[in-house]
Structure formats: structure tokens, C-alpha cells
Design a protein around this ligand. Sequence first.
Ligand code: GLA
Length: 512
Amino acid sequence: MKFVSFKSCTAAKIIFPFCSLFLAVASYARDLTGNWVVRNPQPDGTSRDTYLDLQQEGSKVTGHIRVTQFYYSIVESSGGPDGFLLTGSMMDGHNERRVKYEVKLVGGELHVSTLRRPDTELIEMVAHPAPPGEGALPSRLPLPELHAVPDNGLARTPPMGWNSWNKFAGKVDDAAVRAMADAMASNGMKEAGYEYVNIDDTWEGGRDAQGNITSNKKFPDMKALADYVHRKGLKIGIYSSPGPNTCAGYEGSFGHEEQDAKAYAAWGIDYLKYDWCGARTLYTDEEMQAIYQKMGDALLKSGRPILYSLCQYGRAEVWKWGAAVGGNAWRTTGDIRDSWDSMTKIGFAQGEFAAFASPGHWNDPDMLEIGNGGMNEDEYKTHMTLWAILAAPLLAGNDLREMAPGIAAILTNKEVIAIDQDKEGKQGRQVSKSGEQEIWARPLSGNEQAVALFNRGTEAAEITVLWTDLGLKSAPAHIRDLWAQTEGRLDGGKYTRMVPAHGVVLLRLRSN
Ligand code: GLA
């Protein structure tokens, strides 16, 4: 019986898991035993490599497959004269991840193919022999005892700024960061309160002989870049992971926490986003707190005030311990996408974390997508309003050089920003819900309140707020519509407005 390859599977549009059923064991391919590497050099001077460390005994292949941040043990293998199908498995928190690789010896090369998901293109690669041990996962390091990391005194209101990931992803470079700083300093954003210019993943190079972290070719001089951003009256942020690799497969801070924190301080970095990523291959979710504490301590020891932003997708109930590890913000969710569904799924599910937000310590439902093109202006107003009601960090994620006036107006509406930045730092909650219409309220300092009338439906709808639902005995003395920038009319015990499809009316109420 013939080895049925991924190729014939995809061609025949047979879904992937069935392919393995057609595999038969006959005479076996030549011995695959060895450490194999697929090198994938990048223009930034780094390399995203895949390792297959294999041992073959007859029909059985065991070993490991390392795909940058992921490290799989081979749990199933089946093969025939034309090659093998290998199944790799790893635990990611409480979930299992599985991959399948088809491997075949051709001369001295190992031809490898895989499907990332059953519905994606076949990825074909060629692996060559690598020295034994290269690419092996480092051993776990002992966990520190838990203790309370002192508060760094930063982020008394939710951080505001820009982050490179949503728009630039792997394409961010020194020039883009300078351009964003230029734009932010001159387009009204700085004046509106935006402050941090944050470099996300893919800036990392490797380590020098002393283990110091280096930046890659896209970032020739981090200190010079930080100086540039500071000269604009702004602050600069950077990104790393507690694992050996970041999510994009770049160098992480594993085992170098203090050294990296010192490097950031020496460059003049003001903000660190610390992303679980490759740490999942070494540690369990229950061990996250100790791992995040390590960097919390290291940042304090660095001698420079560095805002500490945790990114571990809201796992292990981070809102309960984020502040104890020195965190100023912690992600409560997986990654946002520039779509109405993604944004609302995340934003409207944040109410349960409200009690855990306070000055210096914020729930983070992920960065803004405003201006990236996947939503209309009413939807982006809903995004901005919801994040303001949630006391969320406001990190713009668009290209600040090319903003339509409507988008700039949404990002820089000072009255909406004032809701987000209210100094009491109390996160808002849902007050009532009727079908696809929801009313959320946020208590503000001075006994004021922000009230948002959200219409999640696809038709315009009337929404009525009852003063009693907001804990008020009578109509507030002042009511201001923060998007229309008008004073509203008061009407007995309730207030009614027509709200556009996927839109919002945001009100600020004052009682005297
Ligand atoms: C994860 C994070 C994102 C971004 C990418 C970078 O997915 O959640 O916000 O930082 O990694 O690789």
C-alpha cells in the first residue's frame, strides 16, 4: 500500500485527519535518526528555525519537533517505504496542541511537509543535519518563592500610547517607530494624552558573548531610538517573553531577566510588555505568577521606572495576582482582531473583572484597532467608548501617519479620553441589557457618572435609560453627549435616544 501524502490529501480535499488512516506499514524508509534543522533566515538577520530531533527504530519514530516557541514530543508515527507521518503533542496551559509532519529522506536531506491547520496551504521545507543538541529546549529554572513586589508608582491612570503590532506586526522597524513618534507629537495625540510609543515583537536579535540581548538589523541602535522618542516629549516601550522565544519566535528573556531589565534601563526604555509565548513549553499556568514576579523584581532593580504590562491572554486568573507581581496592566483576553465580532466579543465580556482595576493596576482587553479599516466609524466609536468605560489602556494600533479626520477625531476626543483617565480608576459595568441593546455605566470622581448606550444590533434602535437603574433618585442636573458634544435634554425619570446600528451614545452625568 502506498504512503498517502498531505499533497494528495489536499488535492483530493480530504480533510487532514483521515490521511493517517491510509498509511500502511510496509518496508521502512531509511533511518531518520538524527537532529535535523530547517533554517529560515530573515532579512532582519535572525532565523526562524524548525528542529526535528528524531530516533527511528523500525516502524517507530520518537523524539521532538521544535518550531521556535513550540516544542512537541512525537506521540504517534506511522510510515512506509516513502516516508513517515509524525504526530507531535504539547500541553499549552490546560490544552493540548497537536501537529502533524510528513517526513521523507531524499538523498542526505529530510523533506518535511505540514499543514498548520487542515484548511491552510501545505508548507514544504527541507531539513539538513544539525549538530546534536542544537535547538534543544533549555531546562526549566527553579521558581522563586512568591512575595509581593512593591508598587512602582506608575500608571495611576490607564496607559495611553501606540503599539506596533496591530498594524505593522513583523514589519516594524526603527524608521516606523520614529515616524509614529513624529506623528503622535504633531497630530494632536500627544496633546490628548497619548504618551508611550511601544515596539512589539520582532525587534530582538540574539545575545552577545556575555549574554546581553541585542536588537536585530531593523533596529540598529535602541538607545538612539529611545533618545529620539524622548526628545519628542514621549516615552518608549519594548516587548519580551519569559520563555526562550517570543510568540514570533524571536529571542526571549528566559534566564536573563535581570540582564534584560538592565539593558532596557540603559537604553532608556519606559514600558515593557511581557508575553507568555515560549514560556508555555517549560512552565504550567499555575507557575505563571512566579515567572512574572521574576521580571517584576528585575524591573524594579533596574533603577529606571518601567511600566510593567503582562500579556498572558487572561490565563490563570491574572487579575487576582497581576498587581502582586508588580504589574501595571494585564491582558484579560486573547488577541484582538480588527473586526466588530472580535472587538465586541472581547469588550462586552469584561464586566466580571471590574473589581480588580485600580490606579496603577488595569485590566487590559488588548490594544485598539481604531483606524485599521475593518470597522466603520460608528463601530470604532463603540470600541473607544467601551475601552473608556472599562478603564482600559488606550494603545492605538493604526498607522498614525495616515489617519482619516474621522478616525483622528475618535482617538483624540478629549471628553471620551477623560472618562478613560478618570482619576478614581473605577472600571464600569453593564447596568442593563435588552436584546442587543446594553447600557453600561462607570462611576467617576466628583460623584459624576459616564453612561454608554450601546446598540449591538444591525438596525438603529431606541435606547432608554432609567435614572433609577443608575442609582439616581431624579434626573441629573447636567447631561452631556460626549460624541455629539452637546448638552442633552432631560425628560422626567428617563432619557431616550436613537442609537445607530453598531453605534453608541456616551453621556456624562453630573448631579449638581
Ligand atoms: C501575542 C500577543 C500579541 C502580540 C504578538 C507578538 O500574540 O498577544 O499582542 O504581542 O504575540 O508576537
